[in-house]
Design a protein around this ligand. Structure first.
Ligand code: ADP
Ligand code: ASP
Ligand code: MG
Length: 470
């Protein structure tokens, strides 16, 4: 079971989440993964940024707020017997956090490596609090960091990749004995370590990934992700009022959605579970009686609907390489991608018109400038590329559903729905899996585009009953 930040936002919610574990624990062996308390990771990132800029006063203020949040929460969690020990641990970690921030402030340097040391403090703190909450209701439990749970990664700080076989072996070695004693391991999500012990992170939202890795390693029966919505929905409920819960989705569909849904789930989180065919359930910790969404191998048609969900990813930009000399010139695309690849820039979407006079790539907004500079150095002045253009305020809209495969007319409906909303489409791509159609619109038009598609395919009426019946 993994509990997200909103399910741990204060003492009351932490206690409620602990009771969920209790409810299922007599008849199951449970391993728990926790995120940081709500918003803590963002605040840690902000503290790092302020310290690096030398803004000592603001840094201290925000740091104190964070330290107090954890101390105060710890005071209202757990029982008398364990509270002293818990408060000691929180104070120790608070001191270590302060030293880390001081270090960044003195050096005025925040490298990917030091940032990976800083950000997981949220998880390190919340594991201890959650463990105390479990102990207070008589559940034997102990906290572990990502490394202590056995997760080993490469040294790609900020977005580290787990070394699967080593990690699986170690996770079993560490967790099996704990589970066998019927204790509940409470593992800090999002964080891991390299072979030589440097702390790494699995990318933002990475606690989902931790849960999936642990589940795959120990051969869990199911992996449950407890969050603040009833499950995976037809659209982000913050954008579409009548978004409906999807009771069943396949791993493929969920992968497309999580990749393009940006925040709902970590994009790589489903890989380990899918590989080992372990069903993943997304459930609401505020309404635990609901069954949530079951993500499994089974493909369901969603009551004959071709489109199941629509999602949006913000914070991207487009880089376009163009020139009439590119027409019929072999190797230009290779050069473009090689340049981006060797600069460590990930390309999310590609499109090239058949005139071959332009290639557009979607990259993260923060990488746009670097991509343009890299491409200018590599390509300009060689006779075929004339211009390298950029657009920074874009977002990707992805329309997902396995029923789209081989069904004619879906793209036409998608784009006429967008046209009806008077939204301009800047770039289009369809994955060859035909599980999704994705396109780019300006960032401000994103929510309206999502609503347009949701209406056109009447996704809000996709109720659980209809799906179960089919
Ligand atoms: P947690 O803290 O539990 O990890 P997140 O904030 O990471 O929670 O993810 C849950 C949020 O994702 C929901 O509150 C919802 O607003 C958002 N979201 C975006 N797209 C979807 C979707 N298709 N289905 C459900 N939730 C979505
Ligand atoms: N706390 C981390 C983040 O906010 C990881 C997670 O929540 O999954 O990105
Ligand atoms: Mg999350």
């Amino acid at each position: 079971m993994k509990f997200g930040g909103t399910s741990l936002a204060n003492a009351e919610r932490i206690n409620r989440s602990a009771r969920i574990v209790q409810r299922f624990s007599p008849s199951n062996k449970i391993a728990v993964v926790v995120s940081a308390m709500d918003d803590v990771t963002d605040q840690l990132a902000e503290i790092g940024r302020l310290a690096q800029k030398g803004e000592a006063r603001k840094t201290k203020q925000l740091l104190a707020k964070l330290q107090n949040l954890h101390l105060n929460t710890a005071r209202s969690v757990g029982d008398r017997g364990s509270r002293r020990e818990l408060l000691d641990k929180i104070s120790q970690l608070n001191t270590e956090l302060e030293r880390t921030v001081d270090g960044i402030g003195h050096l005025r340097e925040l490298t990917p490596r030091s940032k990976d040391y800083l950000l997981p403090f949220g998880e390190r703190l919340s594991t201890h609090i959650f463990t105390a909450a479990l102990q207070a209701i008589r559940l034997k439990s102990r906290s572990l960091t990502g490394a202590e749970a056995g997760i080993t990664t490469d040294d790609n700080f900020g977005e580290a990749r787990p070394l699967a076989e080593v990690s699986y072996h170690q996770i079993r070695q560490r967790l099996d004995p704990i589970l066998a004693r019927r204790e509940i391991p409470v593992v800090a999500g999002f964080m891991a370590a390299t072979v030589d012990g440097s702390i790494t992170t699995l990318g933002r939202g990475g606690s989902d990934y931790t849960a999936s890795l642990l589940g795959a390693a120990i051969g869990a029966e199911e992996i449950w992700i407890w969050t603040d919505v009833d499950g995976l929905m037809t659209a982000d409920p913050r954008i579409v009022e009548d978004a409906a819960v999807l009771p069943n989705v396949s791993f493929w569909e969920a992968l497309e959605l999580s990749y393009f849904g940006a925040k709902m789930m970590h994009p790589r989180a489903l890989q380990p579970a899918a590989q080992k065919k372990i069903p993943v359930r997304i459930r609401n910790s505020f309404r635990p009686a609901r069954l949530g969404t079951l993500i499994s191998e089974k493909e369901t048609t969603g009551a004959g609907r071709v489109v199941k969900a629509v999602s949006m990813i913000r914070g991207v930009g487009i880089v376009t390489v163009s020139g009439t000399g590119m027409m019929g010139a072999p190797g230009v695309a290779a050069k473009v991608f090689q340049t981006l690849g060797s600069n460590g820039i990930n390309v999310t979407m590609i499109s090239q018109g058949s005139s071959e006079a332009a290639i557009s790539c979607v990259v993260a907004k923060k990488e746009v400038e670097r991509a343009v500079r890299g491409l200018q150095l590599a390509l300009l002045g060689q006779g075929y590329v004339e211009k390298i253009g950029k657009e920074q305020d874009a977002c990707i809209i992805a329309v997902v559903g396995s029923g789209m495969r081989g069904t004619p007319g879906v793209a036409a409906r998608v784009f006429s729905a967008i046209a009806k909303k008077k939204v301009n489409v800047r770039m289009v791509a369809q994955g060859s899996s035909e599980y999704n159609i994705s396109f780019i619109v300006s960032e401000k038009d994103g929510p309206e585009a999502v609503r347009g598609i949701h209406e056109e395919f009447q996704l809000g009426t996709l109720t659980s009953k209809k799906i179960v019946l089919c």
